[in-house]
Write a protein of this length. Structure first.
Length: 389
């Protein structure tokens, strides 16, 4: 297990020296490398000026594609496309379903970008959405797979790790087995999985879509999201940007041509500085030998120690809460946060923030996120702050 690496986060930690930041699952603090990447983006824009995009597509994007592909075990980096947010990819993927209304299977626990958009599609008569309840989670996987295998769906959307509870869906291979180029298409929201837990898509990359971003565990801030698109699935997106018309194109004579790789989902001009930050952060992690598995082990050890403190009553009233995603020995690598459900979750979060301890809350669930820049002293400070609630 690696120890804390505060030396990689001197700018972020130095900006607020008294702060205890236990929201690494939300707005992960940026490493010093991110600052260097941001400056490099500005310098490249000044250097290349009108030819900046040649450099971006010739060097910056291929490097980012390589980092993501290696992290996920993707056989071909060219299946990856970038945008400023994952909502963009929803808008490009699902209008490609020819049936109206499109029939989508999902859950009642997806992130707001899909939750809100799917509800609006339903209002407009563009989709019919079947939502499988996440709880009780003990039976969720079996219930979701049963619904998926029943058929009749054009799309299947599920989170790899659920944003509110930190509970993980492990049966991606079972869903991939159901995917077909003619439908259903399977989209996995990997935002709380990417670089939070080791993920190997090598055996199923040819059958499912996977989307995530660099905002959280990739430590690189907003604006850098990606989509892995398997070959042959939605070859001609209806919603398309002009970036998708550069490269090896296919299409009807005189019609709209599309790239033959994942670039068929490109949009248009966007701020690429997040990719500079991501590339810089990944270079640093690689140079330091800090793999996702190693960082996850460190974070899980902190979470387990905090869970013990809660169970022993050393974290004050948090002992009354239900831990939705407890650390379990010898279980698969989990989310990098503990989710505690209690009616007082919002007031606890507010009181901790007043004490300069940063966590976050979703409805009646308070979340504590653990990362590379926290050590045992920080954890002790968190436990004392909770004990004083």
């Amino acid at each position: 297990m690696t120890g804390a690496r505060k030396d990689l986060f001197t700018r972020a930690l130095g900006a607020a020296p008294g702060r205890l930041h236990f929201a690494a699952h939300s707005h992960h603090l940026w490493p010093d490398a991110g600052f260097d990447g941001q400056v490099r983006a500005w310098d490249d824009a000044a250097l290349h000026a009108d030819r900046k995009w040649d450099h971006v597509f010739g060097a910056v994007i291929p490097e980012a594609q390589g980092h993501v592909a290696r992290e996920l075990g993707l056989p071909d980096p060219n299946t990856l496309t970038f945008s400023s947010n994952t909502h963009d990819f929803l808008l490009r993927l699902f209008p490609g379903v020819e049936r109206r209304p499109a029939r989508i299977l999902s859950t009642d626990a997806e992130f707001h970008s899909f939750r809100r958009q799917a509800q609006r599609w339903e209002e407009a008569g563009l989709a019919v959405v079947q939502r499988v309840p996440l709880q009780p989670f003990e039976t969720f996987e079996a219930r979701f797979l049963e619904a998926a295998r029943a058929g009749g769906h054009d799309g299947i959307v599920v989170s790899q790790v659920f944003f509110r509870t930190g509970q993980a869906f492990e049966a991606l291979g079972d869903l991939a087995a159901l995917a077909r180029p003619e439908c259903p298409w399977v989209l996995v929201d990997g935002y709380h999985g990417f670089m939070a837990r080791p993920t190997d898509l090598s055996t199923i990359a040819d059958r499912l879509f996977y989307t995530a971003g660099v905002y959280k565990y990739a430590m690189s801030g907003e604006g850098g999201c990606f989509l892995h698109a398997p070959d042959g699935f939605c070859p001609r997106p209806v919603v398309t940007g002009w970036f998708a018309e550069f490269g090896d194109l296919e299409g009807p004579p005189g019609g709209v041509g599309y790239r033959t790789d994942g670039g068929r989902f490109w949009g248009a001009t966007f701020d690429v500085s997040a990719l500079y930050r991501f590339n810089a952060a990944r270079r640093t992690l690689d140079a330091e030998g800090l793999t996702t598995a190693a960082i996850s082990e460190h974070a899980t050890a902190l979470a387990a120690a905090f869970q013990t403190a809660v169970g022993e009553g050393r974290a004050g009233p948090l002992g009354e809460a239900e831990i939705l995603n407890p650390v379990v020995p010898d279980a698969p690598v989990r989310a990098r946060f503990l989710a505690l459900r209690h009616p007082q979750a919002r007031s606890w979060q507010a009181a901790l923030l007043a004490a300069n301890v940063v966590t976050d809350v979703r409805d009646d669930v308070i979340r504590f996120g653990f990362g590379l820049y926290q050590d045992a002293d920080d954890l002790d400070g968190l436990i004392r702050a909770c004990g004083a609630l």
